[in-house]
Design a protein around this ligand. Structure first.
Ligand code: ZN
Length: 274
């Protein structure tokens, strides 16, 4: 029987600028329109970073608020997920927009090397961010950039700082972190099934690994993420025209694995959101 798959679109991210691809939406208005197109193409979750006027990463709650309001208006039922990710943001500000009560927010449960920096998430910081999410009734998406982060998430469940079932995202193909290898994903999936039964998961491959990881994820029973944050290209010769074009590719891939893009209602049920 065909299964519904939650497609998350990561529209902007914190790295790529207009000079890398004109398709990257950076103003709230561009972000709202890009999300609407991606929603129409089958995405049920939007993962949001916001940018300052000079395109640098921002933590400004008023920018998050503008995007959230626009998306709620144009994309009824779509799940809104704020990034609390670190690149280019002060640690003390990474949770500063959570009071806006998006449906979800990302939570990285440990530290790791990124290509050129340390992505620092010390234990107390992670626990504080998780508690803020509890306070504002936000479901975390646990970002797994390295294996230990899965076990740290389990420990937070045992301490009742996080509530099972979790939703985890395995990020593969970031230089200095987990490689985009199928055997690595298979191991992560077997571990999550064992130590966090009933949890849902997504896998994403960064850059040139996008499509192969998406297909492994569909094959192994996971959900998928795509978008210009993760990959600016369709293939080595062509930039993606839009986030929607990447979502279309993900939606087509679903049909090859006896799956279909979940509606917002189905996605909410799968992720345990109201
Ligand atoms: Zn992100």
């Amino acid at each position: 029987m065909s299964r519904p798959v939650v497609i998350t679109v990561a529209i902007t991210g914190s790295v790529a600028r207009k000079k890398h691809s004109a398709a990257v939406p950076v103003t709230p208005n561009e972000q709202i329109m890009a999300t609407k197109e991606a929603f129409d193409a089958g995405a049920s979750v939007v993962h949001i970073h916001v940018r300052n006027r000079d395109e640098s990463s921002s933590s400004d709650p008023s920018l998050f608020q503008q995007v959230q309001e626009g998306v709620r208006h144009l994309c009824p039922g779509m799940i809104i997920q704020f990034s609390t990710g670190g690149r280019g943001r002060e640690a003390s500000e990474r949770g500063s927009a959570l009071f806006l009560m998006p449906d979800m927010a990302t939570l990285t449960t440990g530290s790791v090397n990124f290509p050129k920096e340390i992505y620092a998430n010390p234990p107390d910081f992670v626990a504080d961010l998780a508690q803020s999410m509890n306070q504002f009734r936000i479901k975390p998406e646990i970002e797994i950039f390295d294996l230990s982060m899965l076990y740290s998430a389990k420990e937070l469940v045992e301490k009742e700082i996080l509530q099972a079932p979790l939703h985890c995202q395995f990020v593969l193909g970031v230089k200095n972190a987990l490689p985009a290898k199928r055997s690595v994903l298979e191991f992560l999936v077997s571990e999550i099934r064992e130590i966090l039964p009933g949890s849902t998961w997504t896998a994403v491959g960064i850059g040139k690994h996008q499509l192969e990881v998406l297909e492994w994820s569909l094959e192994l029973g996971g959900h998928v993420r795509t978008g210009l944050e993760d990959s600016l290209r369709i293939d080595k010769d062509r930039l993606a025209k839009s986030n929607a074009e990447l979502v279309q590719i993900a939606a087509e891939a679903c049909t090859r694995f006896d799956a279909y893009p979940a509606s917002p209602e189905e996605a909410r049920k799968i992720l345990g959101l109201s």
